[in-house]
Design a protein. Sequence first.
Length: 114
Amino acid sequence: VQLQASGGGLVQPGGSLRLSCAASGRAFNVNIMGWYRQAPGSQRELVAIISNLGSTEYAGSVKGRFTISTINAENTVYLRMNSLKPQDTAVYYCYALTSQGVYWGQGTLVTVSS
C-alpha cells in the first residue's frame, strides 16, 4: 500500500489549505485514514482521523477549524484547514490503517507565516 499526499505550502495566518492523500496498492481494505503532524522539536501528534464508517476524531487544537473527509471508493482522504495559525506549522503525514497494516505517507510541509 502506498500513500501519496499533496496540498501543503505556505499560507498566511487566517488562511486555508486543503491536503489530500490517496492510498493505492493491491487487495487492501482501508479501515481508518487520517493525518498526523510533527512540528520541529516536537513529537508526531494526531490531527484528525476518519473511519470507513464515517466516524471522526480531531485533536482539540484543530476542532472547529479543520474538517476531514473521505471518498471511500477512491481510498482518498482530505483535510480542509481553515483559520490557520502559526502553531499549525508542521510536516503533515497521511496515515492509513488497512487490512495489510499501518502505512504512512511521505509528509507534506505546511507553513503558516506572514
